[in-house]
Design a binder for this molecule. Sequence first.
Ligand code: HOZ
Length: 423
Amino acid sequence: MAAEERSKAFYERAVKRLPGGVNSPVRAYQAVGRTPRFIQSAKGAHITDVDGNEMIDYVCSWGPGILGHANPKVVEKVKAACDEGLTFGAPTEREVEMAELLAELVPSMEVSRLVSSGTEATMSAIRVARGFTRRDKIIKFRGCYHGHSDGLLVKAGSAALTTSVPDSAGVPADYTKNTLVAEYNNKESVKALFEANPKEIAAIIVEPVAANMGVVPPKDDFLAFLREITTQYGALLIFDEVITGFRLALGGAQEYFGIKPDLSTFGKIIGGGMPVGAYGGREDIMRMVSPDGPVYQAGTLSGNPIATAAGLSTLRILKEDTSIYERLEKKTAKIADAVRQAAGNKVCVNQIGSLMSIFFTGEEVVDFDSAMTADVKAYAAYFGHMLDHGIYVAPSQFEAMFVSDAHTEEDITKTIAVMQQWF
Ligand code: HOZ
């Protein structure tokens, strides 16, 4: 086993002053029974912990790192932006450029608002949907995760699953009574909710590829069905593209699947490694947002100049070289195929673009229930093997594996070899 002394020492200090010793639950490694690695630095596809262990990174900061860590062009822009000032609480040119670029690359984003996290983006998009439709109820899917705002922390995925709290304590029932829950990839469950509440549903919010109960792609026409049924009932369709945005394609999942939502939310990649989120969509809907309209939402660090510098630079790199998406798909599919070959039907490998999950179950994983058949103890053992052999994957069965443009053929070959040893 690699040296972990310094990580252990930091963790001992951390648990005294931080809940679980961390600032976001999945980082605590509770689901895999190991000590979290404290990170010193990262470059390209490699991450190095405080004990000097260099690992091939497939967490990629949970998605932002599509170019790998510390891309020199992005870092240069960030440094230059720092010299100009860290935050002004006033409009800047880069915010306008960002909104223009979003509209260019994702045509449904006619008008957008920048915020500081994906959680803020989804919470605000829901508020706009409610303000626009003058309806209160929303539909979300079991196992999908849209950040940690009260109304969305219902049957939620991500670390809420790992820590067995898909419904969080501290959220009054009154706050979630308007959150209706349907089953991902199950049209009937959505139909039933609309039939029971024909004029009350403001919006459906969905991860177009569920990636917080592990990666679960939508069945053939599921997203098209959501588009149709929302239109039919006068509700809005919100794509939560915090993970899929600029990852599945330059235009996100909406380009990949050819479905145009009314509103979308972004985070992760659009911040290029800095804290950013965005929500936006149809102009008539977005004009509801204050100060144009009556839906209030604000933020001191919204559109922060450093974050927009990192985000713009990242999006421009992606725009200049869209072949990156083919490369990502090829590399990720290579890993997925190798695991399928080595593990046979002991596992279910879901892969789409540069997102992937290995579910430790013999069942096909298409929804929350099938995801829950995964053997989390088996995942924990696999995680330990990967970690001990220099491969850094998510410390949870229910998070995605992210591949970046910085992963080299050598990285992929080594990763496959370590995986094959295990299976
Ligand atoms: N919610 C993130 C995974 N889907 C985890 C964020 C973090 O721990 O950094």
